[in-house]
Design a protein around this ligand. Sequence first.
Ligand SMILES: [Zn+2]
Length: 120
Amino acid sequence: MAEKCEICGKKFGIFVEKHKLDDGRVVCYECLDKYRKEQGKDLPDVVKNYGVGMQLVLFIAGFLSSFVCIIAGLDMASIQSVAGNTVAEAYYNSVGVFVIGIGLFVGPLLWGIAYSIRKK
Ligand SMILES: [Zn+2]
């Protein structure tokens, strides 16, 4: 099996799926799409919508994880007793900041993956 698209030369990978044309050539999704359109056949809706669906799922997951982590983080960071800081409070406050950090990391990470799917 070829490791590159036989039409545009794009390397196959996680986001560049291999597709076999009727004439035996192994090509990427984009070239398959073009080929099908030239042939007057269109892609089945399931295949066409797959990328968009994944993007949406990742985008929502990214948003929710950031949101939840930031809320939880702010909540933990604001834990304080009337008497002042104890070791436990200091610990929870640090964990709160850490959780906010994870939220800020996970959100953009998932959005990045969603973006790279769109570039396909
Ligand atoms: Zn191609």
